[in-house]
Structure formats: structure tokens, C-alpha cells
Design a protein around this ligand. Sequence first.
Ligand code: SF4
Length: 303
Amino acid sequence: MLNSAITQAPASWELEFDWHLTNRCNFLCEYCHPQIRHVLNKKHLTEPAPELVVQRFDDIGKTCLVLMSGGEPFMYPGFVDLCVGLTRKHYISINTNLTSDDVEEFSRRVPPDRVAKIVAAVHMPERELRGLELDTYARNYSFLRNAGFDVVSLYVLYPPLLGRLGDDLATLKELGVDHVRAKVFKGVYEGVRYPEGYTDEQKAVIVANSGEYTFNRPYMDGMLSFKGQACTAGVQSFKIMVTGEVRRCASVATSYGNFYDGTFVPSTANDLCPARRVLVLSQCLSYLVEPPEVPADADDDDD
Ligand code: SF4
């Protein structure tokens, strides 16, 4: 049985896809992955129609979980129709900044029991830059929660934000945001590579404020390679790039054809992991044949 990287539990679905569905975004976060930030709103803006994508997933003949991230998924043309179509036979999960006016329509048309998780990123600097009120975010959050969706707020622990982290989390709590996870920044800031680069003092702040996110410790402790270990990624789980190319996972570029043009063929046998450094730890800890012990039991849904 597949262990889900979204729920960190045995899954009700047979295959799991991590789909970068669009390069459109109304934010331009400083800490966005550089390879994504560089192409946002510039390249590959001709997404396939929702009907085609739904058909491709149905053609697989197995129940799938489709994690959608970008960019901002709600900016995918026809996003709510896409979600309605996918949830007829499959499950979905969404990483969003929750700014879209379509959130209400989504909550009316998409069945909550087919949505494994909605991760709603706060991205305070971008929100402030664009005059977007946090109480609007909180309203959308409560709206989804009250409609029965499993929604959790996400705060990225970018080093320059650590000084305001406590105040921001307190504000979210006051606004009724009851599930929060704060997760480590992955990248380079002022010449220091993170997540290994946090100081001991910063690590203490992070551990104290991680909320429901329990992968910060293994990230900061340097659990960043499983090279040579057998992994089910490529057989039961996949990464779909914005071009439709299907890869083994977020960290390994082995290709299994193109999802959009119907040439996707999964591998039939588990292979050894070739990655020297992993990008999304939750995928490895779910998909490895023999994952290491991690003192945690919460969810993860990395970007
Ligand atoms: S261990 Fe992680 S990086 Fe390696 S193949 Fe599996 S999911 Fe990918």
C-alpha cells in the first residue's frame, strides 16, 4: 500500500502525483525556489485544458492523489472546473496563497472528502507589499474550514522573517487560524545555505514555533540524502513538471514520458535513489522502501 507524502499515512489512493500545474502567480516571494521564481509569469503559460488533464488521469485506470502547486494553482485557467473533474474519481491536495476570489466557488463545488489537504501559505512580505489584509486570508481560511476542508496555514521560516515570526503567529491565532505549520527555508541567503545554516539560536526559535510541521528538525540536522537506498518513487509516485514531463520525484529527473501528450509510462520496479541532496524530505520518508526513523508524525507537503 502506498504511504502518502501528503498525509504521512497509508493512502486510500494507488498513485501520488506532485504536479507543478502553472507558472502563473500573483506573488513574487524572495524565497521562492530560484528555478521557479525565474520563470513565473514568463514561461510555459499555455496550460492544457482541464478536460484533457482529467482525461489523462482517468486513463491511468487507478485512483490518484494529485497535489497541485505552482505558481498559484487558483490562477490555472479553469481551476475550479479542473478540481471538480479530478475529484469525481481521484483525490486532490492544493498549495495556495488563498488570495483568489474563486475560493468560495471552490468550496461550493468541490467535495471536501476528496481533498486530502489544503496548505494555505501566508507569505507576509508579499501580502503587505500588495496591500492584502491578513483578515481576508483568515476569512478564506475559516470559510474552507467551516465547509469541512482540511486546511492548514503555512509560514516559511526565511531568515529575515524570524524576528517577526512570533508576532505574525500571534496575529494569525487571534484571527482564528487554528492550524499552523512553520517550515524551514531551503536555499541560499546572504551566502549561507539553508536549512543547515540556521544558528543554534535560530534553530531554537524554529523548533519552538514549528506548529504542526515536524520535519524541521531532520532538515536542520542534515537528513538530506538517501543515495543508494531503494525507493518506490517512479512506480507509485511522480513529479509532473509544468511542461507535462513526468519525473521520478522532485529531486530526481529520471523521465517517464509526458503526461499531457499521453506518453506517460511508469516504471514497474523500485530503483535505488541517485540523489546527492533531496529537495522534499516528506517524499523520501514516505516513498523509501525502508525509511529511517523520524521522531515525528505530522503532515508535510513541501513545495
Ligand atoms: S529517496 Fe527521495 S530523492 Fe530519492 S528517489 Fe525517493 S523520493 Fe526521490
